[in-house]
Design a protein around this ligand. Structure first.
Ligand SMILES: Nc1ncnc2c1ncn2[C@@H]1O[C@H](COP(=O)(O)OP(=O)(O)OP(=O)(O)O)[C@@H](O)[C@H]1O
Ligand SMILES: [Mg+2]
Length: 357
């Protein structure tokens, strides 16, 4: 964008035969985000010192809706002086750079080179019109640059959300199991060193898995287990581990589901993991069951616990938890849907349907 602005400023100076030309784009802190000049040598530019602030004529120009033609800028009541090293300027032409009602900046010229009328401004009405056209080009360049920046910000936000969900789903559960296993090891270490050793090996294995998941989340890979074993076997193994690690009884049953498209398998696995994780962490259930059911081409997943239950709508309003949000997001991401059924004292059922392929 800066190159475009430079070209505009240089063309303005050239076409309108001015000694100096400049373009300023204000920032929100009383200064200029961009200040492009033409007709000033590098040495002169350095000698002038810091960039101007939004004051005097420059500030006035940023509020103007029309071109401003002055026979002598130094005699204008708004003139606030300039640094000693600033080139001397008299006749002046400035136009606002506008996008609708917004002023994006200002484009201005000083010192028309041709002989000028006594006491009048060297720049003519025609000059003002021409400069106005150049200002429109500058407006387009600035607006495009803003749009580009905005779309980049949006992409970054989306990427951040994706990563937050991924990390939440993949890593926080592993860390939760890791913590439990470490606690078990600590409890066993005096009584039964051999079993404590086994638990500690489990800690190491879980930590390695967490590191793998973390890497996969960052580079957007599918969970390694799914890649190798498919959804059914992965779920079965993970549920056996959870059954052993927790006091609740955790069961798995598959009713006729075969392989599904990879994205749907991944979404089902993530939702099952989070639903299990929630049941084991929040519900104090005695039984947690996971069932996969064939539905035409697609499948349904149901995770049911007989724990204390909760009020789904209240949780939704509270809004600071990632688990339920992430599950919904995963389901809709593969064209499926999520149903949460729960009430205090009545356990909880999380159901997800996917269309299959
Ligand atoms: N199976 C369940 N039984 C009882 N309460 C539950 C159950 N599932 C969720 N909850 C309640 O809903 C809340 C929101 O769950 P959610 O998974 O969105 O967030 P979280 O588990 O608290 O935190 P995280 O963002 O780490 O998942 C939980 O804090 C808990 O109070
Ligand atoms: Mg959760």
């Amino acid at each position: 964008m800066r190159d475009v602005l430079k070209t505009i400023v240089a063309s303005a100076r050239d076409l309108l035969d001015a000694e100096y030309a400049a373009l300023g784009v204000p920032d929100d802190h009383g200064g200029f985000a961009q200040f492009v000049v033409d007709g000033v040598s590098d040495e002169q530019w350095k000698a002038i010192g810091p960039l101007p602030r939004q004051h005097g004529i420059l500030a006035a120009m940023l509020h103007d809706k029309q071109a401003e033609r002055l026979p002598d800028v130094r005699k204008d009541p708004r003139f606030g002086g300039w640094p000693a090293t600033h080139p001397d300027m008299s006749d002046f032409l400035g136009v606002p750079i506008r996008d609708g009602d917004d002023t994006l900046g200002t484009l201005f010229l000083a010192n028309k080179r041709c002989p000028k009328p006594e006491g009048g401004c060297g720049f003519t009405e025609d000059d003002a019109e021409l400069l106005g056209i150049l200002a429109q080009h500058a407006a387009i360049a600035l607006t495009n640059a803003r749009l580009y920046e905005r779309s980049r910000e949006l992409t970054i936000t989306e990427e951040r959300t994706r990563l937050a969900h991924e990390l939440h789903d993949a890593v926080s559960q592993k860390l939760f199991s890791l913590r439990l296993t470490a606690q078990a090891a600590a409890a066993l270490v005096d009584r039964d060193p051999a079993r404590a050793k086994g638990e500690l090996q489990q800690v190491a294995a879980l930590a390695a898995e967490a590191a793998d998941e973390l890497r996969a989340a960052v580079v957007e890979l599918r969970p390694a287990a799914l890649e190798e074993d498919g959804l059914i076997n992965t779920l079965r193994t993970q549920i056996q581990v959870l059954d052993r690690a927790h006091s609740a009884e955790v069961t798995f049953e598959n009713c006729g589901v075969r392989a599904l498209p990879p994205a749907q398998e991944e979404a089902l696995l993530r939702v099952a993991q989070e639903a299990l994780h929630n049941a084991l962490r929040h519900s104090e259930a005695e039984h947690v069951s996971v069932v996969l059911i064939r539905r035409g081409q697609g499948a349904a997943l149901r995770v049911v616990d007989d724990g204390r239950g909760f009020e789904p709508r209240a949780v939704r309003r509270a809004g600071r938890h990632l688990g339920l949000v992430s599950m919904r997001h995963r389901a809709s991401g593969v064209g499926g849907r999520l149903i949460v059924k729960s009430a205090p004292g009545e356990g909880a059922t999380i159901e997800m349907e996917v269309p299959g392929g």
